[in-house]
Design a protein around this ligand. Structure first.
Ligand code: SF4
Length: 377
């Protein structure tokens, strides 16, 4: 149960957006903020693409985007959609035929900018295909590829130009009575993206897809995304997110989840609270946390684990976690369960024992959640 009524400083008031469906996944309204990523395999390599999608879904991706640059990719998309455990967004640039083919192939959403497709007739054809096949759309404005008339008007990419571009694309869809769309205004510059998203949030009630584009490598891109997306999410802006990293898409999903987890917006898996360690540590905190992160990746139940080097902060952190361990002297420490001191544990057995304690607690929490759900039905 949320305790936000007694911890009001934790409240985030989400902007009210209308809800659309990306396949079976709701986006916007009061739906959970979803995490997306994008495959980087060749779409025509169906086996590699499906295996990457599966790995991303295992890591928690709710939706995965796949590029559809040519006709062969459209054909492969059909098989990919059939085998994917999550809805697929088809990434289309310019070529309206790919959009139609992707809708026919079962894509749940088309990432396409209607203003870039060409004639009104082509726009109508793509919208008709989307409608016929139950496909939503994402308008994806990017500071790096703004329309020439906006660059002429504003002189350079800027938040106003990005929002104006977005609103032009929105108008095309609305003029064709198509409303199942979400929108993004991405930039690699955190300031520009944040300003554009804030203005966009005022200008439309469409669900917003957040992203800092071309954010960089795993470390620097994570930091940039956490600052940019974190601030916007904290303001209540954003219905679905994609972290863009020059790294494995699975890492993008993990980072996306961690951003949402840090803000209490999504809960999945074990939230490990650990100290940085110092000369007081009763065991090797860094190595232990690394091992536990790996060993606990399979846990999907939202729960918390504190791994603290010594009694300075250990018992206090353990009070608020499902499972806790605090380092002590003589090669042993103390295990806490549901905030209560439970039993002593030798450092040598620690990783195995904590993994089994976490698994037990996760099974308990799952049973409790199932019981609550049954009594509600
Ligand atoms: S909790 Fe203990 S071991 Fe960890 S950083 Fe603080 S003083 Fe050091």
């Amino acid at each position: 149960m949320s305790l936000n009524h007694i911890r009001p400083w934790r409240n985030i008031y989400r902007r009210k957006s209308r809800q659309i469906m990306v396949g079976s996944v709701p986006v916007g309204g009061d739906a959970p903020i979803t995490v997306q990523t994008m495959t980087n395999t060749l779409t025509t390599d169906v086996a590699a693409t499906v295996s990457q999608i599966q790995a991303c879904a295992d890591a928690g991706a709710d939706i995965v985007r796949v590029s559809v640059p040519d006709e062969a990719s459209s054909k492969a998309l059909k098989e990919i959609v059939r085998e994917s455990p999550v809805p697929i967004v088809a990434d289309i640039h310019f070529h309206y035929k790919r959009g139609i083919e992707a809708a026919e192939a079962g894509a749940a959403c088309l990432r396409i900018n209607p203003g870039n497709i060409g004639s009104q007739e082509r726009v109508r054809e793509v919208i008709k295909a989307a409608r016929d096949y139950g496909c939503s759309m994402r308008i994806g404005v990017n500071a790096g590829s703004l329309e020439k008339h906006l660059l002429d008007k504003y002189g350079e990419p800027c938040p106003d130009a990005m929002v104006e571009s977005g609103l032009e694309h929105i108008k095309i869809l609305q003029d064709n009575d198509f409303h199942d769309f979400k929108i993004s205004v991405k930039a690699s510059d955190v300031f520009m993206a944040a300003a554009a998203y804030q203005a966009l949030a005022e200008a439309t009630d469409a669900p917003i897809h957040l992203g800092i584009t071309e954010a960089g490598g795993l470390m620097s891109g994570t930091i940039k995304s956490a600052i940019g997306l974190g601030n916007l999410l904290w303001m209540g802006i954003g219905d679905t997110i994609r972290v863009s990293l020059s790294a494995d898409p699975v890492e993008e999903v993990k980072v996306g989840y961690d951003i949402l987890k840090s803000l209490g917006l999504r809960h999945r898996g074990v939230n490990i609270i650990s100290c940085p360690s110092c000369a007081r540590q009763g065991f090797d905190v860094i190595k232990t946390v690394e091992a536990l992160e790996r060993r606990l990746e399979h846990i999907k139940t939202p729960m918390s684990l504190s791994i603290i080097g010594c009694v300075v902060n250990g018992p206090g952190e353990a009070l608020m976690t499902d499972v806790g361990f605090t380092g002590g002297g003589n090669g042993a420490g103390m295990v806490y369960l549901a905030g209560q001191q439970s039993h002593k544990l030798s450092n040598d057995e620690m990783v195995e024992h904590i993994v089994s304690q976490v698994e037990t607690r996760a099974a308990q929490l799952d049973l409790e959640a199932a019981a609550v759900e049954n009594s509600a039905n």
